[in-house]
Structure formats: C-alpha cells, structure tokens
Design a protein around this ligand. Structure first.
Ligand code: SAM
Length: 290
C-alpha cells in the first residue's frame, strides 16, 4: 500500500495539483517517459506521464467522447480515422463505437503505455485491441505523418503536452503532413491544453493551422483533472462549414450511430464551439499572426 503518498502535478510553474495515492498500480521509466499509474479515492485510476495527468477512470469519458464524436459526427462520412498518441486506448474505444468507421489506425510512440493500459484501463478500452478494424502502430507520430501514403477522413492527436516526445506533434511540419494525408473535407482535432493556463499553446496552434488549413478554430470541454478551466481541442479543416453543422443534422447522425454517451449530446457539440471571449480572443490572435 502507498497510503499517505502524494503525487503532485507540476505542469504549470507556480501552481500544482496534489493527488493522494491509495496504491501505486504500475510504475516504469519507459524508453520515452516516466510513467506512473496510481489509485486515488476521488478520480479512481490516475495515469501520469512525466508528472502530468493524462487520464483518469473518473473523467476520461468527457475527454474521449468530445475528441471523437465531435469530428466524426460533424464529418458525417468518416470511414478511415487516425489517432496519434492515445496510448490508454480510451479514445480508440469511442471511435470504434461508430460502425460507419471502417478502419482506425493508432500511432503511439510508447508500447509500455498500451501494454499496461490493456490490464489497468480495461474498464474503458474494452474490446479495442480485438476489433478487426483497429491497427496499432508503435512509432513516433511525427515520422509516421512524414512517411505515410495512407489517407484519413479524421485525424485526432491525443498527445501529451508540447514537452518531451509530444513536442513535435505541435509543429507546423507535423500539421502540414496531417493536411497532406487528410481526404478532401477532412478534419484534424488536437489536444490543445487549458487556455487559462496555456494560452500561448492555443495561439501557436491556431497560427500554424491558419497557415495550412482554410478553417482554424477550437472547441471546449470541461475536464476536471485538466484543471484551470475549459480545455480546448484544436480544430483544422479545409471545409469551413464542418464546425457549423446544424443541431438537427447532428441529432440525426447521433441517433443513427446508436450508442449512449455520458457527456456528448448534439446540443453540447454545437455549444462547444461557442467560445468564452478570452478563448475566442486567443484563437483570433493566432489567426492574425498567421
Ligand atoms: N489525455 C491526455 C492529455 O490530454 O494530455 C493524453 C493521453 S495519451 C496517454 C498521450 C499519449 O501521447 C501517450 O500515450 C504518449 O506516449 C503519446 N505520445 C507522446 N508523444 C508522441 C509521439 N511523438 N508520437 C506518438 N505518440 C506520442
């Protein structure tokens, strides 16, 4: 038992979040990052990579539903989807709920994250690795994007923050390669931090999107363990209407998809693009700088 042990998240200098640890379930210094999985009385199992909270069993549904159903239901005909990162496979589980998706490729740099997630996160990645549509590639997403000749309708970058191995996934070169691999009208969605604490990350991503895509934007979701207020998910597409789908269209598509959710609804989808002024200002600053 590790009762009394505290894990501090120190992503933001000057402020930290402390989690009491009931038990350390898995710990490893992998080839790429420091990995620890522990149990917490409030959030259940908590995964930290290099001291930054990645996913918890208590609130993963919010993040995984909003990163998957928003682009896929907005697109309306996504057959081939790519996930970059996403080692816990919770996002993959949500994508595979869409029977219209014919193939899902996941490019994850760290095999250790997937390995232990099979055992410890089975409550939210059930069935992913057995799904015949799913293909796991253990590689750097940057290298994959530079070399692949495959095409995707939706690309979702479920990466760590722009430090360590995740930094390259916020580069203009990476976004240009994603743009190249998207089919006409395709969409890129990215994990783009908490703008109240990481404003520059959002400004820079939108600036880079704006140089490459016709539409550079963001949408929001409230994830308790990504503390500091709304989290933004970056949005980039050459189809400028995609993020303005009518709720009636989203309702029809969601009904046809035929599965239950705990956070996503068509109304929440549409509302997620209505940004609080300070976040909209950051998005517009990024567009101006392009
Ligand atoms: N929900 C988390 C967040 O918002 O920070 C992300 C979760 S997921 C665990 C992040 C994944 O990105 C990790 O499994 C990590 O190994 C992976 N990753 C980091 N850099 C990568 C890269 N260059 N290529 C592919 N995967 C990468």
């Amino acid at each position: 038992m590790s009762d009394g042990l505290i894990f501090n998240e120190t992503l933001y200098p000057g402020v930290q979040v402390s989690y009491s640890c009931k038990q350390i379930l898995y710990q490893e210094k992998t080839e790429h990052q420091d990995l620890v999985l522990f149990s917490n009385p409030v959030f259940g199992k908590v995964l930290m990579l290099d001291g930054v909270t990645q996913v918890t069993t208590a609130d993963e549904f919010i993040y995984h539903e909003m990163m998957s159903h928003v682009p896929i239901l907005a697109h309306g005909a996504a057959r081939n989807v790519l996930i970059v990162g996403g080692g816990d496979c919770g996002l993959a589980e949500e994508v595979l709920k869409h029977k219209s998706v014919e193939s899902l490729v996941q490019v994850e740099i760290d095999a250790s994250v997937v390995e232990f997630s099979k055992q410890h996160f089975a409550d939210f990645n059930q069935g992913v690795l057995e799904d015949t549509r799913f293909e796991l590639v253990i590689a750097d997403g940057m290298k994959f994007a530079a070399e692949t000749d495959r095409r995707f309708d939706v690309v979702i970058v479920d990466s760590t923050d722009p430090h360590g191995p995740g930094a390259v996934l916020f580069s203009e070169e990476f976004y240009r390669n994603i743009h190249r691999m998207l089919t006409p009208g395709g969409v890129l969605v990215t994990q783009n931090g908490v703008p109240f604490l990481q404003k520059e990350e959002l400004v820079t991503s939108v600036e880079r999107f704006s140089r490459i895509f016709k539409d550079a934007a963001a949408y929001i979701a409230a994830i308790p363990t990504y503390f500091g207020g709304h989290m933004t998910l970056g949005w980039a597409s050459d189809n400028q209407d995609l993020r303005r789908q009518a709720i009636s269209v989203l309702e029809e598509r969601f009904k046809a998809a035929g599965f239950e959710t705990r956070y996503y609804t068509p109304e929440v989808h549409a509302a997620a693009f209505a940004l609080p002024k300070f976040i909209l200002d950051a998005v517009e600053e990024g567009r101006r700088k392009a």
